[in-house]
Design a protein around this ligand. Structure first.
Ligand code: XLS
Ligand code: CA
Ligand code: CA
Length: 439
């Protein structure tokens, strides 16, 4: 088989002081942290769309990327080349997983049945490549947003034919994900949202979205697909109002339609910040609802109002994210998918490795720091002490359901000189900095 990145070796761990750009500083796959290897904790995945499809175009200019498969012209051969490159890149990085949309891995043809044949051919080819590799599929999904037929949405389109088309596509993508041993299946809202209520029946669209997800659940049961279903919130882009706005919105939606037991959430950092939340906030909302499924690891740019999908390098964020994952008892079927693309100016093939190494190291360092924070217990102890009033006296009586408004009024009349204590935010932030800079 062809080698796509001949100048890139298997990436070694060389420690924080290395000058070698093609080495890890913090990610030592086999090192155990709290009984699990870093590989098992972090479950890194490479995103097919950004790594092999993105060419670095923007609204002002065409792609700049130089890619080793650019000499391949036949669409199916090109799809095979990219899949070969994927196994080489994941293998050299030591990333145990990859993720894809149906249309990333195989070209769309003029008819749905020919498109499905293309997909089948690539899936067969991928299965063969998997035989000689440890690389697995973390999740598959459907691209039901790029083609013009999805101009008004997929399952929330006003056009029932589009709903049917999207259903056919998800059916096939789910079968393919199962065939390749995918551990999860993602539903991201694509164009499921709207631009203006002047032309939109929002009630019907939301009911249809739920209807669609219910049909997906039924079909998964029918074919015995046991992967975890994940919904990925995003507040805007491409539509102005995306229905899956943020973690809290999705939890409410799933609960309303009785779908909550079938789905968990795939939280993307850049989507959380677009919703004006921190990444940690949306992870915490998912965790508190027992729905933290998986993560799309990237970061946005606070000075830009759109989804920039940059490789995550902010240690503050990766640390707080891994703290949420550790509090949740670690990933089950999910993992850390790099939904991230190298910048337009980083156009050489080696940049694909440098981007992933930067992201893997940022999360490895985040894991190390988060684990120390958790073991040390100082932050947890501070929070526990802050809520101490609920462990005794009137607080305990409230929690035990032993008092109503009348008893509370009687209590308040007796204790109306309330005294609060400082929240010590600055001290806590400085403590976090100490964890980040030591060790
Ligand atoms: C787009 C989303 C998308 C999903 C998968 O913003 O991040 O890439 O992760 O469809
Ligand atoms: Ca994503
Ligand atoms: Ca994104």
């Amino acid at each position: 088989m062809r080698t796509y990145f001949p100048d890139v070796p298997k990436i070694p761990y060389e420690g924080p002081k290395t000058d070698n750009p093609l080495a890890f500083r913090f990610y030592k796959a086999d090192e155990k942290i709290g009984g699990k290897t870093m590989r098992e904790h972090l479950r890194f995945a490479v995103a097919f769309w950004h790594t092999y499809q993105a060419e670095g175009s923007d609204p002002f200019g065409r792609g700049t990327a130089i890619r080793p498969w650019h000499d391949v012209t036949d669409p199916l051969d090109l799809a095979k080349s990219k899949m070969e490159a994927n196994f080489e890149l994941c293998g050299k990085l030591g990333a145990p997983f990859f993720c894809f949309h149906d249309r990333d891995i195989a070209p769309e043809a003029d008819t749905l049945s020919q498109t499905n044949c293309n997909l089948d051919a690539i899936v067969r080819y991928t299965k063969d490549l998997m035989k000689d590799s440890d690389v697995k599929l973390l999740w598959g999904t459907t691209n039901a947003f790029s083609h013009p037929r999805f101009v008004h949405g997929a399952s929330t389109s006003p056009n029932a034919d589009v709903f049917a088309f999207a259903a056919a596509q998800v059916k096939k993508a789910m079968e393919v994900t199962k065939e390749l041993g995918g551990q999860n299946y993602v539903f991201w809202g694509g164009r499921e949202g709207y631009e203006t209520l002047l032309n939109t029946d929002m009630g019907l669209e939301l009911d249809n979205l739920a209807r669609f997800l219910r049909l997906a659940v039924d079909y998964a049961k029918e074919i015995g697909f046991t992967g975890q279903f994940l919904i990925e919130p995003k507040p805007k882009e491409p539509t102005k109002h995306q229905y899956d706005f943020d973690a809290a919105t999705v939890v409410g939606f799933l609960t309303k339609y009785g779908l909550d037991k079938y789905f968990k959430l795939n939280i993307e950092a850049n989507h959380a910040t677009l919703a004006a939340h921190t990444f940690q906030h949306d992870l915490a909302v998912a965790r508190l609802n027992g729905m933290l499924g998986s993560i799309d690891a990237n970061q946005g740019d606070p000075m830009l109002g759109w989804d920039t999908d940059q490789f995550p390098t902010n240690l503050y964020d990766t640390t707080l994210a891994m703290l949420e994952v550790l509090k949740d008892g670690g990933f089950k079927k999910g993992g850390l998918n790099f939904d991230a693309k190298v910048r337009r100016g980083s156009f050489e093939p080696v940049d694909l490795f440098l981007g992933h190494i930067a992201g893997m190291d940022a999360f490895a360092k985040g894991l190390r720091t988060a684990y120390r924070i958790q073991q040390d217990g100082k932050l947890d102890a501070f929070v526990a002490k802050r809520y101490d009033s609920w462990t005794k006296g009137i607080g305990k009586e409230i929690l035990d359901g032993r008092v109503g408004f009348k008893e509370l009024e009687a209590y308040a009349l007796e204790h109306d000189q309330v005294r609060n204590v400082s929240g010590r935010q600055e001290w806590l932030e400085s403590l976090l900095n100490a964890y980040l800079t030591e060790g």
